[in-house]
Design a protein around this ligand. Structure first.
Ligand SMILES: [Zn+2]
Length: 113
């Protein structure tokens, strides 16, 4: 489960950002996750609840913004949303595709007091 390692990184970032801003308690953590990452929201929530205990992020809510996978055809320039991991251009059928979205994984913002 790579979600644990990822969640640890998120937590470290949240705690250090909160401390930088002299926060005493983190209330909400907003994450952006691309569909290509294969990360499951529920797993991140589960691990976050566990590993944030006794940190200033304990009890913080998590919100997720999912970014659909998207590609751009290198042959015809068509841009499209990728469904079911089918990496072929729906316009010309080319497999020569650039991934343009869906690999996102970052902390968008933190609400803290
Ligand atoms: Zn194409």
């Amino acid at each position: 489960m790579h979600e644990l390692a990822i969640t640890e990184e998120i937590l470290n970032l949240v705690v250090s950002e909160a401390k930088k801003n002299s926060a005493t308690k983190v209330k909400l953590v907003k994450l952006v996750i691309g569909e290509m990452t294969g990360i499951v929201n529920e797993s991140v929530s589960f691990y976050f609840n566990e590993i944030s205990k006794k940190t200033i992020a304990e009890g913080a809510g998590l919100s997720f913004r999912r970014i659909p996978a998207a590609g751009r055809c290198r042959d015809c320039g068509h841009e499209f949303e990728v469904k079911d991991f089918v990496w072929a251009c729906p316009h010309c059928g080319s497999l020569n595709i650039n991934i343009t979205a869906g690999k996102e994984l970052y902390l968008e913002s933190i609400e803290a007091i």
